[in-house]
Design a protein around this ligand. Structure first.
Ligand code: FE2
Length: 200
């Protein structure tokens, strides 16, 4: 069985998101990795020991395991976007053009901000649909509810309270400030590389 290892991220000082917040957030990410591994091990052990006796615990572990896996993987997308320093979207680059076509006249940041401000813990996620050849957005509740199946992720914005409560408090106005800060710090170069890989 594969044991996942927590990745490390080289995140420079951010504008509007404190080092302590990033440090605690990475600690939470490591918890997802740990829990996914632990649940995988536990479910295998219970199923081998007595599948009938442990049917319900196994069922619940399997239902919740995607919460841990998606929490692990989404945070890897999220932190990777903050590595390397704030970098703007290449003007007239392939991604900029695609996003402008789809999200004009508001622009991607405004549309994603609206999505991010939806109430409840989760993520605003921008995907690429290779079939329609256009980006699609979804609000993912917790880490795992509402994903667009099979679509690769272009940009992942964490809007759980833990992303901003330390810097901005728990109120919706704080969340909005955090989203603004997030977009100030995104390395769009990382995002463009993803898009290039999906469209090559
Ligand atoms: Fe998070």
């Amino acid at each position: 069985m594969h044991v996942y290892q927590a990745k490390t991220f080289s995140i420079p000082p951010l504008d509007g998101i404190s080092e302590e917040s990033v440090k605690q957030h990475i600690g939470l990410y490591e918890g997802y990795v740990k829990n996914f591994n632990a649940m995988s091990k536990q479910v295998a052990e219970l199923a081998v020991e007595d599948a009938d006796k442990y049917a319900h615990p196994v069922s619940e572990l399997m239902r919740r395991r995607s919460f841990e896996f998606d929490g692990m993987r989404l945070h890897e997308y999220y932190f990777a976007q903050l590595e390397g320093g704030s970098t703007p979207l290449t003007i007239n680059g392939p991604l900029a053009k695609t996003l402008a076509e789809k999200y004009s006249p508001y622009g991607i940041e405004k549309v994603m901000t609206m999505m991010g401000n939806i109430r409840g813990p989760g993520w605003a996620i921008l995907y690429w649909d290779p079939e329609a050849k256009e980006p699609l957005m979804s609000f993912v509740g917790e880490q795992h509810q509402g994903h667009l199946v099979t679509l690769p992720i272009i940009l992942a914005l964490d809007v759980w309270e833990h992303s901003y409560i330390l810097d901005y408090g728990a109120l919706p106005a704080g969340k909005a400030k955090y989203i603004e800060a997030f977009f100030k710090n995104v390395n769009w170069g990382v995002v463009e590389e993803r898009f290039a890989a999906y469209t090559s």
